[in-house]
Design a protein around this ligand. Structure first.
Ligand code: GLN
Ligand code: ZN
Length: 772
């Protein structure tokens, strides 16, 4: 390895790019196809044109090697399932009848068949379709789409590298198919899967691929020795193939740790590694294993997950160190650019000076190209870019937006006592019982009521100027009063105002807090054709004025029953935004927590006795490596407590989380010290109630008895039966009755019946407990 030759050949590349097109053309075409308004041919034409445009743009920007196969109509893990022929039995008929419709049936289900399960792609907000594999799964190679896309790129005269989900990650992401024996481990199918990958690789090679990238992000998670051995075996076997392109194994989202020596020793020609954030530890690890003699290294030095301008000098320093550790060093983002929006230059609503702090996919591509040029030709060749970059970074570092002295002083003065309620739970519970006078098994909902077409139309009217603020607020008030009167009639005990005024539970608050930026075009794929526009947490956070008090107070003025105040918690405010990279997350969380604390206190002063602070994202931002989790949970739970601990003992703090896997964070849930927690539980038949009980959870809980993910109305008997199941784990004095989650995606008719049945169920079970 000579540093000079490794540098001279430095190239720029990316692993993947946003799929949707500048104006979400892909979403429109796919949804049009679903509705029968766009033909399959027209859809394919839109897709091909989007791919071509992306490749041309990447090449024009100076990317030497473009990716293929990263594009998808829905999800690249589903595409891999198709590529290896692992179609679940229930989908085979639709797939055989029409591959495209079959593909969408696997993704979304049909009247007759359920879709594949969807879950989060590592710790991103992208969701993939979970492969379902069993002992009977037969893999067969279907590389047509991969080959076709490679040919499209090559036809443009470009150097292209197909990017595939690697075989080990594919199996590690799979779950046992329905009917598989208990404890079935999909990884046992590796020997069956490898020949199929071998076939795909041979076909790609025949079609002109010099290199193929195999993504193995599952190796950045804690892995057992057996799993690491499986990875070693996979790449030993693939490496030993004769008819194959050069292999590049890619990892991202965290450090490889123990998997690094495994991949470094594998008989493949290159590795692509992440050197950002907590993955930067791989830099030392790489040196410790003696580098990658004879191999190509692609260095992910531009963060592919955040939206901030790269510190080019810092990246150059990392690249400089890496030059001594491989035969050839190329430059890339840490992961696919799928997780960032397309183009920051289009954000005309953001001040030009601030816009220069931002780098979306297009800007990141520019940074990668600049870094590769700096590496190959020396920093003199990029002097202009370096100077501009220094200026942008220093404008951000010295801006009053990122440094508000009042916020800084307040955050610095936080004491441990600020994050602790003034009284123990037992004293609080007594005070709350006296203050609220609720019946046994109190009934409530999670916050939102159906977001009707009229409400969305009213917001569109407001944005378009067809109605004024006053007109809009009248419509929201009308909705609130309807929601309150329904709940009173239905006989619920703790009411909500229904969240009619909220477009989204994070955006609504982000728009009102100082320190957040909103984008106009910052769409990021969440799943399929669903795109979200996360707000950007850019600066120090403060709350100029109350955000929810008027709506809650208005609702309270209409009833004598308690109305719950409803806020989004600090962890979720961070998790569903693009966060700052210039200070620890803990500090950002504290700032948001203090702003929310002001809101909590104001709600209490306005007469609100029950306040819910939702934290549905607490578990999803759990670090990938177990070693990093205690630190995260410490700041996350502290932030929650900081936002909720300013209240009197007789004010009842609720929280809510949706997901079903609590095992790993039950202690953290306890550490929130919320008086009441509501959780999703209907589908798992109250599993969480048993988990909380096993942990010895001491406070009140409402495991959901109504599955809101389906329009199905639970009968009173069914809800009562779930309640009785709940009672076997949680004593009646601490059990609440509520749905699994908010009702915003539901229609009014099923919401009405379901909640009426829920109240009936609560009354039936109360009667059983203490017959009157
Ligand atoms: N309060 C929110 C609602 O009811 C909670 C949503 C959530 O948990 N994601 O919609
Ligand atoms: Zn929820």
């Amino acid at each position: 390895m000579t540093t000079d030759s490794a540098a001279a050949s430095a190239r720029a590349t990316v692993y993947g790019y946003p799929r949707q097109g500048p104006d979400r053309e892909l979403k429109k075409a796919i949804e049009g196809y679903w509705k029968g308004r766009v033909t399959a041919d027209a859809l394919e034409a839109v897709a091909a044109e989007l791919r071509r445009t992306t490749w041309r743009e990447l090449a024009a920007a100076g990317v030497h090697e473009v990716p293929t196969g990263d594009f998808s109509f829905y999800d690249h893990v589903l595409d891999t399932t198709v590529m290896v022929g692992a179609i679940p039995a229930r989908h085979r008929e639709v797939v055989a009848a029409d591959p495209l419709d079959g593909y969408f049936a696997m993704a979304r289900g049909t009247q007759d068949v359920a879709p594949l399960e969807m879950t989060k792609w590592f710790d991103t907000n992208y969701h993939y379709l979970v492969p379902e594999l069993g002992p009977d799964t037969v893999f067969t190679a279907h590389p047509a789409q991969q080959v076709a896309e490679l040919r499209e790129a090559l036809a443009l005269g470009l150097t292209a590298r197909p990017v595939l989900v690697g075989p080990v990650t594919y199996l590690l992401l799979a779950k046992p198919a329905p009917g598989a024996p208990a404890g079935f481990d999909p990884l046992t199918l590796l020997d069956r899967l490898l020949p199929v990958y071998a076939e795909v690789l041979a076909d790609l090679r025949a079609a002109g691929a010099q290199w193929v990238q195999l993504d193995e992000p599952a190796l950045v998670q804690d892995r057992t020795r057996a799993e690491l051995n499986a990875a070693a075996r996979a790449y030993r076997d693939l490496g030993a193939l004769t008819q194959r392109p050069k292999l590049l194994v890619a990892s991202y989202f965290d450090r490889l740790g123990d998997a690094l020596p495994v991949l470094a020793k594998a008989p493949v020609e290159g590795l692509a590694l992440d050197f950002t954030g907590s993955a930067a530890a791989d830099l030392d690890a790489l040196a410790a294993v003696g580098g990658l003699p004879g191999k190509r290294l692609i260095a992910g030095v531009v963060d592919g997950r955040n939206i901030w301008t790269n510190d080019l000098e810092e990246s150059l320093a990392v690249l400089g160190t890496l030059l001594a550790l491989a035969d050839r060093v190329d430059v890339a983002a840490s992961c696919s650019l799928l997780h960032v929006p397309l183009d920051a230059a289009r954000e005309r609503g953001i001040e030009p000076q601030v816009r220069r702090w931002l780098a979306f996919a297009k800007q990141k591509t520019g940074e990668i190209v600049t870094l590769a040029r700096g590496l190959a030709q020396g920093t003199g060749a990029i002097a202009g870019e370096l100077a501009a970059n220094r200026a942008d970074l220093s404008s951000r570092a010295s801006s009053p937006i990122t440094h508000d002295p009042a916020v800084r002083a307040r955050t610095a003065a936080v004491t441990e006592a600020d994050a602790r309620r003034s009284h123990d739970y037992s004293e609080r519970a007594a005070a709350q019982r006296a203050h609220l006078g609720l019946p046994l098994l109190p009934t409530t909902t999670i916050g939102s009521f159906p977001q009707t077409g009229e409400l969305r139309a009213a917001r569109a009217d407001l944005r378009a100027g067809r109605i004024g603020t006053a007109g809009y607020e009248e419509r929201v008030k009308a909705e609130i009063s309807e929601v309150i009167s329904f709940q009173e009639k239905a006989g619920l005990d703790v009411l909500v105002h229904g969240e009619a005024e909220r477009n989204d539970m994070v955006q609504y608050f982000a728009e009102q807090l100082t320190g957040y930026l909103a984008t106009q075009h910052g769409w990021v794929q969440s799943y399929g054709t669903r795109y979200v526009r996360p707000p950007i947490l850019a600066g120090d956070v403060s709350r100029p004025e109350p955000m929810t008090v008027r709506w809650t107070s208005y609702a309270q003025s209409l009833t004598r029953k308690p109305v719950k105040g409803m806020l989004t918690g600090p962890v979720t405010m961070l998790a569903w935004s693009f966060v700052r990279d210039d200070q620890p997350l803990r500090d950002t969380a504290r700032q948001v927590a203090l702003a929310l604390r002001d809101e909590v206190d104001d709600l209490e002063s306005a007469g609100t006795s029950v306040i819910q602070v939702d934290e549905p994202a607490l578990r999803e931002t759990l670090p990938l490596r177990a070693a990093d989790r205690p630190a995260y949970l410490a700041w996350a739970t502290e932030a929650f407590r900081l936002s909720t601990s300013g209240v009197r003992p007789d004010t009842q703090i609720h929280t809510h989380m949706c997901y079903a896997e609590f095992g790993d964070i039950v202690q953290a849930i306890d550490d929130l010290d919320a008086d009441v927690i509501s959780l999703e539980a209907a589908r798992s038949h109250m599993q969480v109630a048993r988990e909380l009980a096993a942990h010895g959870y001491p406070r009140e809980a409402g495991p959901g008895v109504y599955d809101i993910h389906s329009p199905r109305v639970p009968s009173p008997q069914e809800a009562a039966e779930l309640l009785r199941t709940g009672l076997r784990a949680i004593p009646a004095e601490r059990l609440w009755v509520n749905p699994d989650c908010g009702l915003k995606t539901r229609g009014w008719p099923e919401t009405r019946s379901s909640l009426e049945n829920l109240v009936t169920a609560a009354r039936t079970v109360r009667e059983e407990l203490s017959p009157s």
